[in-house]
Design a protein around this ligand. Sequence first.
Ligand SMILES: Cc1cc2nc3c(=O)[nH]c(=O)nc-3n(C[C@H](O)[C@H](O)[C@H](O)COP(=O)(O)OP(=O)(O)OC[C@H]3O[C@@H](n4cnc5c(N)ncnc54)[C@H](O)[C@@H]3O)c2cc1C
Length: 621
Amino acid sequence: MGHPEEVDVIVCGGGPAGSVVAGRLAYADPTLKVMLIEGGANNRDDPWVYRPGIYVRNMQRDGVNDKATFYLDTMKSSHLRGRQSIMEGWTANDLLPLMKRLENYQKPTNNDTHGYDGPIAISNGGQIMPVAQDFLRASHAIGIPFSDDIQDLKTAHGAEIWAKYINRHTGRRSDAATAYVHSVMDIQSNLYLRCNARVSRVLFDANNTAVGVAYVPSRNRASNANVVETIVKARKMVVLSSGTLGTPQILERSGVGNAELLNKLNIPVVSDLPGVGEEYQDHYTTLSVYRVSNETQTLDDFLRGDKDTQKELFAEWETSPEKARLSSNAIDAGFKIRPTEEELKEMGPEFNELWNRYFKDKPDKPVMFGSIVGGAYADHTLLPPGKYLTMFQYLEYPASRGKIHIKSANPYVEPFFDSGFMNNKADFAPIRWSYKKTREVARRMDCFRGELTSHHPHFHPDSPAACRDIDIKTAREIYPNGLTVGIHMGTWHRPGEPYDASKVHEDIKYTKEDDAAIDDWIADHVETTWHSLGTCAMKPREQGGVVDKRLNVYGTQNLKCVDLSICPDNLGTNTYSSALLVGEKGADLIAEDLGLKLRLPHAPVPHAPMPTGKPATQLVR
Ligand SMILES: Cc1cc2nc3c(=O)[nH]c(=O)nc-3n(C[C@H](O)[C@H](O)[C@H](O)COP(=O)(O)OP(=O)(O)OC[C@H]3O[C@@H](n4cnc5c(N)ncnc54)[C@H](O)[C@@H]3O)c2cc1C
């Protein structure tokens, strides 16, 4: 049966926030017709989505990846910082019940910040790699204490076995669509899911009331590349949940944005909101890769495509997914950190100014996150053989800002995007500091066998801080019959001594030149964590706000934004949680507007098909 041309509520975008809104509303009232329009493919029971250990496959830029859209910086720019106060109804105390409502927390805990019967399972995954314990011991040795929960809304300096959105009973990723959308579609018929469809614009009546949307196929294969739109009407509400990068583009194509830009593009102005698409934020990441001993358990052979290893790991999944190695993403431990007084002195005036203004009196705000991956998080065709671990350094509250704007009313035209990364100098010091911290942790791990020099700052070869690659003993174990093992011409390969972690007590000393080398490396390699937020901020209109505290878009009716674009400031969290939370809050607000009561707990989460012991189809799409 075809989908209706008119429904009650249209949700545009089926990421975590949109899935929560669509699923919660549809489940609340089986007579309410809800349509969820999603640009990507349906993920229902897709083994390339639900197995945590293969997630990198979904990030390959191979041209046929229907699970990702890639945004490339088109220009550079510079922005100033503008922190905002919290709006009424959005304090941690207001949101805590909603955080609990979404969780099915499966870790032991000593605090009361978690929920136990929500749709999203959280656990350590089925297997914890031994490098995680090695990491925790080494972190403790440099003053980062162990905690059993650094996500308790208070801890800002501590290390833990990393919690993940994985159901420990099934080994599966706890994705929002399965939890909130497929669960409802299994038992009710009022939720319509339209995938591979890109919302081009919102339709308004003469009073600026949203009355529907137009969408186009995600890929334009129409004759003459014409834009062929389909219209769906919404009787009650249009919700934009297309994410930090998608939502502002839809608004601008609909006439909601900076009037100057819209006039240039011949788009009739519905609401002049210069804040649309501005203040883009992210968590910035750099990653450094280390050599580890050949006995260390890592995912390298699996990731580089070793056939026997892949066969073994896939087979393990098919028989007991709940404890298979693929039931984890190999990111098994991590920390949040704040600098000491001594460390602050070395972090320069720009960061100290930011510290005094923003962090000093907020002991629950971490400056950096760090985490360990049991394997090289890199293209393995570009790496030497052997085993690796990767240290991630994440900047939680960057001062830099970016922006995204459409270049055309045509939904297929790529936008202008400036991530703004590092355009505020204050962001260098914390990343530099945490590079040093993670390096000190790595050096103290039992498995450590040197730095993969290509993935570290290029210090002067004479500097005591210069990186040292794999020692010859470990290298010989990799190629016992190799005729070139141990030769080194020039300085690019500087083998370390055979390693003994128990002898590491002193921290590496860095000179000004060393710090400059780290900053160059940061500038060259800093990356997204895909924790994008902030382009349709919830704050007063006169301050550049786009939505009010009920998530209504200023100057319009029946139109809300519900996704991470609404965040006026950054978040020291994993943003998937925050997106789900914004979805829960949005669902509450819309239910109130429509006079509905949400039904709790949510519809049962489907986990079919249960493993049969036979390999599932490994479709490469
Ligand atoms: C590779 C990767 C790894 C990540 N790892 C982690 C992690 O380990 N932990 C963590 O907490 N977070 C992680 N994140 C971040 C997390 O996924 C995001 O913060 C979260 O998904 C944001 O949710 P959202 O609902 O605001 O928007 P999105 O997830 O961006 O959802 C928006 C949805 O709208 C769709 N869409 C966009 N434009 C249109 C349109 N015009 N019409 C219709 N549909 C549209 C998109 O296809 C998408 O499904 C990761 C993200 C990525 C990409």
